[in-house]
Design a protein around this ligand. Structure first.
Ligand code: DHB
Ligand code: FE
Length: 288
């Protein structure tokens, strides 16, 4: 049977991808950001999953305003890095796991979550930057990501967006789906995006360290309470793009303690400001 052994939470700031791709990681501005992920890369090497279920948001790359699925599961064999306007990032094609994707789609839809099934989905910084931060940068052309990835896209760009409560319940359904897959697979679930940031309007540049750190505390210790935060509070406190944080609740909902198991172990916690227009937040939680 497949099992979720850990969850990872991280910001997905596109400028981080550019800093990696242009060899700027040791510049004074970026050095503290990448230092925070050194532990994470070592952790990944020691805790290599068979599959990563990666919850992220598409930034009008695969889906424009013609189609806006609230929850979309990738069921393809592979996903190309998207061209976001500057050409695709020079990172490997993401290899999928169609069998597990199809199983999760079936199980989660039968649990009354109406997922959109997507067979072709180019993946943008929302997915590739977390992979780069956790897995490192391709040293050569033959570099591949360490394992297959199932992309799961959440609409947090165009209102109406799903509530934190809905996302938390969805994570619980995803856990049940994974655990009913009849093959021994070690699965990680990642929640990405956040933390506080606002990219436009009079409040552009907003960062709220107090909100971010309280959110991290609550996500660890009392995720059901974090799931009750209404969307207007994210927008007010964490900025218009701070709403990306609801995706972290999908990953957190899939952890064992939410289904009556033991609390997770905090393997790593990191917070840093600034990175581009965003506060960087990062957690690794292990099921014990
Ligand atoms: C930035 C952050 C994002 O989450 C995003 O999708 C685009 C830009 C930024 O900080 O610049
Ligand atoms: Fe974003």
């Amino acid at each position: 049977m497949a099992r979720i052994t850990a969850s990872v939470y991280t910001s997905h700031i596109p400028a981080i991808g550019a800093a990696l791709d242009l060899g700027k990681t040791q510049e004074p501005y970026w050095q503290p950001v990448f230092k925070g992920y050194e532990v994470s890369k070592t952790w990944m090497q020691h805790n290599k999953p068979d599959v990563i279920f990666l919850v992220y948001n598409d930034h009008a790359t695969a889906f424009d305003l013609d189609f806006i699925p609230t929850f979309a599961i990738g069921t393809a064999a592979s996903y190309a890095p998207a061209d976001e306007g500057w050409g695709p990032r020079p990172v490997p094609t993401v290899i999928g796991h169609p069998e597990l994707s199809a199983h999760i789609a079936h199980s989660v839809i039968q649990q009354d979550f109406d997922l959109t099934i997507v067979n072709k989905m180019p993946v943008d910084h929302g997915l590739t930057v977390p992979l780069s931060l956790m897995c490192g940068q391709p040293p050569a052309n033959n570099f591949a990501w360490p394992c297959p990835v199932i992309p799961f896209a959440v609409n947090v760009v165009q209102y109406p967006v799903p509530s934190g409560g809905r996302c938390f319940a969805l994570g619980q359904a995803i856990r049940r789906a994974v655990e009913s897959f009849d093959e021994d697979l070690n699965v990680h679930i990642w929640g990405t995006g956040g933390m506080s940031h606002q990219l436009q309007g009079p409040r552009a540049g907003l960062i709220n360290k107090a909100f971010d750190n309280a959110f991290l505390d609550q996500l660890i210790a009392d995720p059901a309470a974090a799931a009750r935060i209404p969307h207007i509070d994210y927008v007010r406190e964490a900025g218009s793009e701070g709403i990306e944080l609801v995706m972290w609740l999908i990953a957190r909902g899939a952890m064992a303690d939410v289904a009556g198991g033991k609390p997770p172990r905090v393997a790593h916690r990191f917070y840093h400001v600034p990175a581009s227009n965003t506060a960087v937040g990062h957690l690794i939680l292990e099921n014990t």
